[in-house]
Ligand binder design. Structure first.
Ligand code: F6R
Length: 612
C-alpha cells in the first residue's frame, strides 16, 4: 500500500507534498516522511501520522522546489522512524520512496552486503535504493539509467520516486503493479499514488503504465521510456477536481459523514441509470453487449472484504432474477487454484478503490482466459477500471473512511440494477414485476434518509454492548451477506470480535457461544424468512443471548424475545439489504467511538490494499 506524493517545479514543494499526503493517508498511516531538495537534500521521517510529521518538521527549513513524501503501511519492518520512507542510499546521494514489495530483496541484500553495503532499516525498499546506487556507482551511470537497470533485476511490485542530489533538476519515477500518476502543468509536475491530490492543481494527468519509467524536469518537461529504454508516448487524461469531498462538514469523522451521505450517494449511483418516464434501467455497459449478457455461461464475481460481501448479495440477485449461475470468489484465492473460466463467462470485479492487488490479479487472469470482464469501481481511471472490457462507476465520490460504507450501498444498488437489466434482456423477469421494482429503486434515497433516523437507537444499542468482547450477526438469503458486513464493520473499527452466519447455521456450532454476554444481531427484514428467523431468535433467547432484531416496518415480531427492535422502512424484499446494512454501520461507528477508537483510521488497516 503506502501513499506517494511528489512535486518538481518552481514552487516550494513541501506544503504541496504534505497536503497530498493527508489525502493519501487512506493508503497507510503508520509513519510518514519527506525529502526536500534545496541545494542540499534534507530528509525528515517519523513514526505516526502525517500531522505528527508536520509537527516534527515545523521548526526546520522546508523550502525547495523538489519534494517527495510518503505515508506508510508497513510490510517489511515494524512501523518506526528508521523504517519510514524516504530511504537514503549508503553514500547519501540517492533518496527514494516506494509503494509495493520487492520480493527478491533478501538475495539482493546478501549481494549488496558482500559489496560492503550496510542497512539502516528492515525494509525491502532500502535494499532497492542501495541497489540503484550500486548500479550507478559501479558503472558510472546517470541516475535514470541506474534505476532502469536495477529495476530489470527486481521481482515484485513498485511505484517509486527517486531523487539524486547530484542531479538536482530532475526526478526519476517508475511503476510496476502499483499506481503512479503524473499531473502536468506549464512549468511543474506533480506525482501521486492517485489523481485526487493532484486534481487540486491540475486536471491533466498521465497514468503511468506497468514497466514504464520517466525522468521529470523542474521546467515541467518529461521523458517517458520503458524498461527496454524505448521511448513511450503517453496518453494524457483529464480528471475531475474533487476537493469538496475532503471537508468534514459538521461530522466528527469521515466515516460518519459517509454514512449520512448515503441518500445522496445512492441517488448519484441510481438516478443516471433509471429512466423514470419509461420505467427502464439504462446500463450502457450491458445495453451495448446484450448478446454477451444474454448468452453468458456463468458469472464469476471477484472482490475482497466489503466488496466481496456486495458480490454475495449480487449472486443472490442475479441468480434469482436473471437465471444465470453465479460464483462469488475471494479475489485473493481465485488465481491460486485452477478456476474454470470459459470464453462465454463474464467476470465481474468489484472494488471501491479500483486498486486492490488481489482483485486486479484475478481480473488479469480472467482477461487472459478470454472472459468478458466488467469492473464495478468507484475511483475513476483506477487500474481495475482500465484493465476491464467495460466499467460501471459507483459515482459516490471519494470514500475516505477506511471502513467502507457508502461504497457498499452503491455496489449493492448497482448489482441490483445489473440483475434487473440482465433479467429484462433475457426475459426471465415478468414485465409487471420489473415495472414494479424499478420505481422502488428511485425511492431508495428517501428510504435511506428515513433509515438514518435509527441513529439514536443505534447509539443506545451501542451503549448496551460496546464493552462486549464478541458479537454474532445472523441473516438469511440476501441478508446473510448483510450479517457478514455488519460483523466486518464492527471488528475492523471497534476491535470487538464479531462473526456473521447464515441464521440456520447457528445451530451447527456457533450456538455454543451464546450466553448472557453475547449480543446477537438478527437481520430479519426479508419477510419470506420471517417465521424461521423467529424460531432462531427463540433458540438464542432460550440460551440467554441478547437479541437485537432488525425487521421491516409493520412486520409482526414477538417483542418478548428481543432486547432491542429496529424497524427498517418497507421496501421490495430484494432492496432491503441496502437499508438493513445502514443501522449496522451506525452501530459499529458508535461502539467504536465509545471504545475510544479512531474510526477513520483503524489500527493495522489501509483503505487501498495494493499488496498481495
Ligand atoms: C472494509 C473494507 C475492505 C475493502 C477491501 C476491498 O470496510 O473497506 O474490506 O472492502 O479491502 O477494497 P476495494 O473495494 O477497494 O477493492
Amino acid at each position: 500500500m503506502c501513499g506517494i506524493m511528489g512535486y518538481i517545479g518552481r514552487k516550494d514543494g513541501y506544503p504541496i507534498v504534505i497536503d497530498g499526503l493527508k489525502k493519501l493517508e487512506y493508503r497507510g498511516y503508520d509513519s510518514a516522511g519527506v525529502a526536500i531538495m534545496n541545494g542540499t537534500l534534507s530528509l525528515y521521517k517519523k513514526q505516526g501520522k502525517v500531522n505528527q510529521l508536520e509537527q516534527y518538521v515545523h521548526t526546520q527549513k522546508t523550502n525547495g522546489n523538489i519534494a517527495l513524501g510518503h505515508t506508510r503501511w508497513a510490510t517489511h519492518g515494524i512501523p518506526n522512524d528508521a523504517n519510514a520512507h524516504p530511504h537514503r542510499s549508503q553514500s547519501g546521494r540517492i533518496v527514494m520512496v516506494h509503494n509495493g514489495i520487492i520480493e527478491n530483496y533478501a538475495a539482493l541484500k546478501s549481494f549488496l552486503t558482500t559489496k560492503g553495503y550496510s542497512f539502516q532499516s528492515d525494509t525491502d525498499s532500502e535494499v532497492l535504493v542501495q541497489y540503484i546506487e550500486w548500479y550507478q556507482s559501479t558503472y558510472q551511470l546517470k541516475i535514470g539509467e541506474a534505476v532502469r537497470r536495477a529495476l530489470g533485476d527486481i521481482e515484485g511490485s513498485y511505484a517509486i520516486v527517486v531523487l539524486d542530489s547530484m542531479n538536482p533538476e530532475s526526478v526519476i519515477v517508475a511503476k510496476q503493479d502499483n499506481p503512479l500518476v503524473l499531473g502536468l502543468n506549464e512549468d511543474e509536475i506533480y506525482i501521486a499514488s492517485d489523481a485526487n491530490p493532484i486534481s487540486t492543481y491540475t486536471q491533466e494527468v498521465i497514468f503511468l503504465q506497468d514497466g514504464e519509467c520517466a525522468e521529470l524536469f523542474d521546467d515541467g518537461t518529461y521523458h517517458i521510456y520503458d524498461l527496454e529504454n524505448e521511448n513511450v508516448i503517453p496518453e494524457i487524461t483529464t480528471v475531475k477536481c474533487c476537493d469538496e469531498n475532503y471537508s468534514l462538514e459538521e461530522y466528527d469523522s469521515y466515516m460518519l459523514k459517509e454514512i449520512f451521505q448515503q441518500p445522496q450517494s445512492v441517488e448519484a449511483c441510481i438516478s443516471p441509470r433509471v429512466d423514470v418516464l419509461q420505467n427502464e434501467i439504462l446500463i450502457p455497459e450491458i445495453d451495448n453487449h446484450k448478446r454477451i449478457f444474454s448468452q453468458a455461461g456463468k458469472i464469476i464475481i471477484v472482490g475482497c472484504g466489503t466488496s466481496w460481501h456486495a458480490g454475495l448479495i449480487g449472486e443472490y440477485l442475479i441468480e434469482s432474477l436473471a437465471d444465470i449461475s453465479v460464483e462469488v470468489e475471494y479475489a485473493s484465492e481465485f488465481r491460486y487454484r485452477s478456476p474454470i473460466i470459459r470464453e462465454n463467462d463474464i467476470v465481474i470485479a468489484i472494488s471501491q478503490s479500483g486498486e486492490t492487488a488481489d482483485t486486479l490479479a484475478a481480473l488479469k487472469l480472467a482477461n487472459e482466459k478470454g472472459a468478458f470482464t466488467y469492473a464495478l469501481v468507484n475511483t475513476e481511471g483506477s487500474t481495475i477500471a482500465r484493465h476491464s472490457d467495460v466499467v460501471s462507476y459507483l459515482n459516490v465520490g471519494v470514500e475516505i473512511g477506511v471502513a467502507s460504507t457508502k461504497a457498499f450501498t452503491a455496489q449493492v444498488s448497482l448489482l441490483t440494477m445489473i440483475a434487473l437489466k440482465i433479467a429484462r434482456i433475457k426475459g426471465t423477469i415478468k414485465y409487471n414485476e420489473y415495472k414494479s421494482i424499478v420505481p422502488q429503486l428511485s425511492d431508495l434515497p428517501g428510504l435511506i434518509a428515513q433509515t438514518l433516523k435509527s441513529n439514536d437507537l443505534m447509539l443506545e444499542v451501542a451503549m448496551s454492548h460496546f464493552e462486549k468482547d464478541h458479537a454474532l450477526f445472523l441473516g438469511r438469503g440476501p441478508n446473510f451477506p448483510v450479517a457478514l458486513e455488519g460483523a466486518l464493520k464492527l471488528k475492523e473499527i471497534s476491535y470487538i470480535h464479531a462473526e456473521g452466519y447464515p441464521a440456520a447455521e447457528m445451530k451447527h456450532g456457533p450456538i455454543a457461544l451464546i450466553d448472557e454476554n453475547m449480543p446477537v444481531f438478527v437481520i430479519a427484514t426479508n419477510s419470506s424468512a420471517l417465521s424461521k428467523m423467529i424460531s432462531n431468535v427463540q433458540e438464542i433467547k432460550s440460551r440467554k443471548g441478547q437479541v437485537i432484531v432488525f425487521k421491516e416496518e409493520g412486520q409482526e415480531f414477538p417483542e418478548e424475545i428481543t432486547d432491542h427492535m429496529v424497524s427498517i422502512p418497507k421496501t421490495h424484499e430484494l432492496l432491503s439489504p441496502i437499508l438493513a446494512s445502514i443501522p449496522l454501520q451506525l452501530f459499529a461507528y458508535h461502539a467504536a467511538k465509545l471504545r475510544g477508537c479512531n474510526v477513520d483510521q483503524p489500527r493495522n488497516l489501509a483503505k487501498s490494499v495494493t499488496v498481495e
